[in-house]
Write a protein that binds this ligand. Structure first.
Ligand code: FPP
Length: 257
């Protein structure tokens, strides 16, 4: 049997966020898009600081999709600089707050100084265990799935568990539990090639607020909404009255593959 879902392992809670709306936030204020990304970095800091107190144990943030290379070179440069600056300036705070950083995605197309900043920050925070923060940079879920499928084709028995492990190494990091709650800001309703395999049973939460305006109260509201959702993983609710089952009344307990 595959590894149980994170919410089924006592105490684990994986939240993933598509941080959308930086550009529109800036444009609405007569600023350049770069300014929106800079304000977005403040929202990232707030979110990471608040996550553990909301019970979040793994937080994956979509910082740069592999499709974002299609943006103007200047904007791409701004974003990559921002990531490097962020990792260099936050490293001490992350470690002090028990945050382990991993970057998922391809590294072979990133500038050398960013790769160096990633490696230093990952090493400096490797032993922290309060929150696993995963930044997705040059990340494509389809790309990761293809790499994992390639590696599975050359060796091993196909199973959900072995595929998950390969997916982890295809992303350049260790595996993380499946996503429990996926949040997207910015008023769009799509997944944009983010954690497609890992979000198979994620609860989805879309909100109109632009990412730079994302506050701790928004994260708390999303988490509160998550706790009201009934997760069934394709099975029947555990409290369904027997008369509604028909037949022998047998029921399977909901669990993820
Ligand atoms: C999507 O908004 C956001 C991005 C492509 C970049 C995300 C980056 C940050 C939040 C900056 C800081 C991150 C870290 C990790 C320090 P968009 O630009 O597509 O917005 P739009 O849809 O309004 O144009």
């Amino acid at each position: 049997m595959g590894r149980p879902a994170s919410a089924e392992i006592e105490g684990l809670f994986h939240v993933a966020i598509v941080m959308d709306g930086n550009g529109r936030w800036a444009t609405a204020r007569g600023m350049g898009r770069a300014e929106g990304h800079r304000h977005g970095a403040h929202a990232v800091r707030r979110t990471i600081r608040a996550a553990p107190s909301l019970g979040i144990t793994t937080l994956t943030l979509f910082a740069f999709s592999s499709d974002n290379w299609k943006r103007p070179q200047r904007e791409v440069g701004t974003l990559l600089h921002l990531f490097g600056d962020y990792l260099r300036s936050e490293q001490v705070e992350l470690r002090q707050n028990g945050v382990r950083l991993s970057v998922i995605g391809r590294r072979d197309r990133l500038p050398g100084n960013l790769v160096a900043a990633i490696e230093v920050c990952e090493a400096a925070t490797a032993r922290a265990s309060r929150l696993h923060l995963r930044l997705a940079i040059d990340y494509s879920a389809r790309g990761a799935i293809l790499s994992a499928a390639e590696s599975l084709a050359t060796e091993g028995e196909p199973s959900v568990d072995s595929f998950r492990k390969r997916l982890g190494s295809a992303c350049g990091t260790d595996t993380a539990p499946d996503v429990d709650l996926l949040i997207r800001t910015g008023g769009e309703y799509r997944l944009s090639d983010f954690l497609l395999w890992e979000s198979a049973y994620a609860e989805l939460y879309f909100m109109p607020r632009m990412w730079p305006d994302f506050e701790v109260s928004d994260l708390a509201a999303a988490v509160a909404e998550f706790h009201t959702r009934q997760r069934r993983f394709g099975a029947l609710p555990a409290d369904l009255p027997s008369r509604e089952l028909g037949g022998s009344g047998d029921r399977k307990v909901p669990r993820r593959a």
